[in-house]
Ligand binder design. Structure first.
Ligand code: UN1
Length: 496
């Protein structure tokens, strides 16, 4: 079977990269399965894409926002029809199990309908002028061309978090999808086109960060950058964008803690821990990578956690009965392996997993065993650094205050969870946990699209996606209308 070849989308046309170079999108569950061949773009392609986006901006910004929103409503409807097909393609390109890729497409559907509603809001303010016969208001304006750089772990949901609010606000976009998962972004953008999006409003430039991502960040015609990925790359993005004062929204790493108190519903806390740690093969920025357990219940909790982790079925996410899919590529396997070694050297106790799985059919893919370390202290690297794989550390504590301290003792601050039946502690945790998201009696994963998404400390730079995304994709303009028919000087003519 010949490999399907995909091109960049520039000004409504599908064009190969200027250099003619391509790369392959490989199925992580079966490395002999090539999902497609995509353009390995560089600065020349980015130039074309930005020019096309700039041209399209001239008319897109003048389309009434409720009309722009109608395209998003249609996109949501079409995605509902295509959900199963796109979910299957997503599992094939990035590995997570089918129920989760259905969830990923569903998140884009939710985002489409939520953001479409903004087409009839996009509220500004009116306020009294200090002068007579003068009217004052503030209005949201689009920025122009925005650059979007997206990760492979939520290959449709995260692009939708960025594209849809950018579009409803009147911006045009150049998007670079992760090199491991371009197909899901193509599917999302194809749906926008089928829903009526005009040419040039969204442009896709596929390729790798240094060649295709960096030129978007540095391009003088790109007015803002939204990036989701590692803190390491996020820092580079911010530094390069700072050279021409470009606003940057960064959503980066996590080292998310689930705290389990002695009074918690233990079965519920176990369900949450397993889903939080091993869902999406641990490859979520919201994944649970630390479980803080109160000493009195630690042995029982850890015993059951290990027993249940060992029962998880690892395999091809397209097959029925599989709980945990592959990691996205060999590099991620290397990282998980490296951290397992670091943890052992630091003196952590490996209770299960800790290595790649290569038996039988798994040898064709990149699989890692669900891994539990116990005897972990807050100072160890395994308790502080992001692994982004199915690896979880259990840390024991005596008091609630200690648990909060340990939970906060890291450089990241995305998601946190507390399992308890004590309402006073629940509210204390909601106040004191340093994170953008806190769950009570629910795992660290499971954010909904209409709440703010993002984190504090090295997880982000202060912006939020979800409900607050429009703050990033619009700029405020203050408008004064003087209908007095005479010169009125603020701060002077009204001074008494
Ligand atoms: C991510 O972890 O990269 O809350 C995004 C969740 C999902 C989104 C996760 N709705 O886990």
């Amino acid at each position: 079977m010949s490999t399907k070849v995909y091109h960049n989308l520039i000004g409504g046309e599908w064009l190969p990269s200027r250099s003619g170079k391509t790369f392959q999108n490989i199925n992580p569950a079966d490395n002999s399965d090539v999902v497609g061949e995509f353009p390995a773009s560089n600065a020349a392609d980015v130039d074309l894409a930005v020019a096309a986006a700039k041209k399209a901006f001239a008319s897109w910004r003048l389309v009434p926002a409720p009309k722009r929103a109608e395209i998003l409503y249609r996109t949501g409807e079409l995605l509902k029809e295509r959900k199963e097909e796109y979910a299957r393609q997503m599992t094939r390109e990035m590995g997570k199990v089918l129920s989760e890729t259905r969830g990923d497409v569903q998140e884009a559907i939710d985002e489409a309908f939520y953001v479409a509603g903004e087409g009839r809001r996009l509220f500004g303010k009116t306020t009294p002028s200090e002068l007579q016969n003068k009217f004052a208001m503030s209005v949201r304006m689009p920025l122009g061309v925005v650059g979007l750089i997206t990760p492979w772990n939520f290959p449709m949901a995260i692009p939708s978090w960025k594209l849809f609010p950018a579009l409803v606000a009147g911006n045009t976009c150049v998007i670079k999808p992760a090199e491991d998962t371009p197909l899901s972004t193509y599917n999302l953008v194809q749906t926008l086109i089928d829903a009526g999006l005009p040419p040039g409003v969204v442009n896709i430039v596929a390729g790798f960060g240094p060649d295709a991502g960096a030129p978007i960040v540095e391009h003088p015609g790109v007015r803002a950058i939204s990036f989701t990925g590692s803190s390491e790359i996020g820092s580079l993005v911010a530094q390069r964008a700072a050279a021409n004062f470009k606003p940057v929204s960064l959503e980066m790493g996590g080292k998310n803690a689930q705290i389990v108190m002695e009074d918690a519903n233990l079965d519920l806390a176990l369900d949450g821990a397993l889903w939080g740690a091993f869902g999406t093969t641990g490859q979520r920025c919201t994944a649970t990578s630390r479980i803080l357990v109160q000493k009195g219940i630690a042995d029982k909790f850890i015993g059951q956690l290990v027993e249940r982790a060992q029962k998880l079925k690892v395999g091809n996410g397209l097959e029925a009965g599989i709980d945990v899919g592959p990691q996205v590529n060999a590099q991620q396997i290397e990282t998980s392996t490296k951290y397992a070694e670091i943890a052992l050297k630091e003196g952590a106790k490996l209770l299960t997993g800790g290595e790649a799985l290569t038996a039988g059919a798994l040898a064709n893919g990149t699989f890692f065993a669900p891994t539990v370390f116990a005897g972990v202290s807050a100072k160890m690297r395994i308790a502080r650094e992001e692994v982004f794989g199915p690896v979880v550390s259990v840390i024991e504590f005596d008091t609630f205050e200690q648990a909060i301290e340990v939970a906060n003792s890291i450089d990241y601050g995305l998601s946190t969870a507390l399992y308890t039946r004590d309402v006073n502690r629940a509210f204390t945790a909601m106040r004191d946990l340093e994170a953008g998201i806190t769950y009570i009696n629910a795992p660290t994963i499971g954010a909904e699209v209409h709440l703010p998404f993002g984190g504090v400390k090295q997880t982000g730079n202060g912006h939020r996606e979800g409900s607050e995304a429009l703050d990033f994709y619009t700029t405020w303009k203050a408008v004064y209308v003087d209908y007095s028919d005479k010169l009125q000087r603020a701060q002077i003519d009204n001074a008494e």
